[in-house]
Ligand binder design. Structure first.
Ligand SMILES: [Zn+2]
Length: 406
């Protein structure tokens, strides 16, 4: 037995499965084309994704489907997966910060005292190499499961290209999660110009989480234009019906409104019985911590209530994002309305960071964060009266044009 310092959780030490290699599998079509990379187990207590990706690759091999482009499936946190813990020393899905990546990828010397540094370097190199080989669009999916009960859903950083991809999966789409999280793998690769999507399969130990992830990966292969083989049609139709049935009573698109942050010594405990997309009302007593009751900040649908000791997201509150505003924001972005923002009173460009605006809250009082969201910006931070927002990168125009073709 040993204690995981990051979480204070005592875990049984098992033999590391030395046969578990980084690459679960790779399949190449006869000619180069789009590339889809799927990563599972960035959190080691979420092995359902590894199982699902293994199944997809087995079926692709046994049934000899003709693939267009390249499909690669990878394991995330190798040591944590072997020990079935979220992480060993540091959360690998908060590890992709500019300074850590700079140090690890430029010096090529992972910190030996941080288990996740070696994973970061290896994943960075493999994923970058494979995605950059795409002659069509390049897609990255990060597969997760949750500690609480949950139907499957997808998450994206709100770019038009990410939306288009995600909307082809019959799953609720949650936007704006990344605004609350720093150092995620998807944000790093999104900023490199790739299409990115987070896939949440359901509860960690729920056997059906594997089925749901498997179905979503089949549909992602189809959405990426990589599975034109007519023999796959029945399998794809079944996957679509299966996921559509699970999503039938849920909103199509949601936005994250609040995140309840949990510090290491907060003593946070969710009250029992909450599941993702369950309705909560403002001031509802949803959890307890050392300061007393934790209540819902507003009425909405709760997302990812925390029912495990590790992790710093207690829960999120989301609300439905109407299809009308989805269309409006797509139109505003295509018209590049945001070009006039720096001319507005109280709004200035950050001279040191392209695509970043500084908004003086005292002058631009009427400018709500929602307006920046519609125009494709995300909140970076609040510095006193000044709100810092940055444009989410859509990637190059050439890539954009290709994305609209399927
Ligand atoms: Zn996870």
């Amino acid at each position: 037995m040993r204690t995981n310092e990051g979480t204070g959780v005592t875990i049984a030490t098992r033999d590391v499965d030395t046969t578990a290699t980084r690459v679960i599998g790779r399949m190449d079509g006869p000619t180069p084309g789009p590339v889809l990379v799927c990563v599972a187990g960035l959190h080691g207590n979420e092995p359902a994704g590894v199982e699902a990706l293994t199944r997809v690759l087995n079926t692709l091999t046994v049934e000899a489907y003709q693939l267009e482009g390249t499909f690669v499936a990878l394991r995330g946190n190798q040591a944590a997966l072997a020990e079935r813990v979220r992480f060993v020393d540091s959360d690998l899905n908060r590890h992709w910060t500019r300074e850590r990546l700079g140090r690890v990828t430029l010096d090529r010397e992972p910190d030996p005292t941080v288990s996740e540094d070696a994973d970061l370097l290896e994943l960075h190199d493999i994923i970058s190499d494979v995605l950059d080989q795409a002659t069509g669009e390049s897609y990255l999916i990060d597969v997760h499961t949750t500690s609480g009960r949950s139907p499957p859903f997808s998450t994206v950083g709100d770019t038009l290209r990410n939306r288009r991809f995600a909307m082809q999966l019959p799953l609720p789409l949650v936007m704006g999660l990344e605004e609350h999280l720093e150092g995620t793998m998807l944000e790093f690769f999104n900023d490199q110009g790739h299409v990115t999507l987070g896939l949440e399969g359901g509860q960690h130990e729920d056997a059906s989480s594997v089925d749901r992830i498997e179905a979503a990966v089949w549909l992602a292969l189809e959405a990426a234009g990589m599975l034109p083989d007519p023999r796959a049609a029945t399998r794809l139709a079944e996957a679509r019906t299966f996921l559509a049935h699970l999503s039938r009573n849920l909103p199509r698109v949601l936005e994250v409104r609040h995140r309840h942050f949990v510090g290491p010594n907060d003593g946070f405990a969710m009250r029992p019985g909450y599941a993702s997309f369950q309705e909560v009302t403002v001031n509802e007593h949803v959890a307890d911590d050392e300061c007393g009751s934790v209540t819902a900040q507003e009425t909405g649908l709760i997302l990812m209530p925390l029912y495990q000791p590790a992790g710093d997201d207690g829960f999120f509150i989301t609300r439905e994002f109407s299809p009308f505003w989805l269309s409006v924001s797509a139109l505003l972005r295509r018209l590049h309305i945001d070009n006039i923002l720096p001319w507005m009173p109280g709004v200035t460009r950050d001279p040191s960071h392209g695509g970043t605006l500084l908004v003086n809250g005292r002058v631009a009082r009427w400018f709500a964060l929602e307006v920046f969201h519609l125009l494709g910006y995300r909140k970076r931070r609040q510095m006193g009266d000044v709100l810092v927002v940055a444009r989410r990168l859509e990637g190059g125009q050439a890539v954009n044009d290709k994305a609209t073709s399927h």
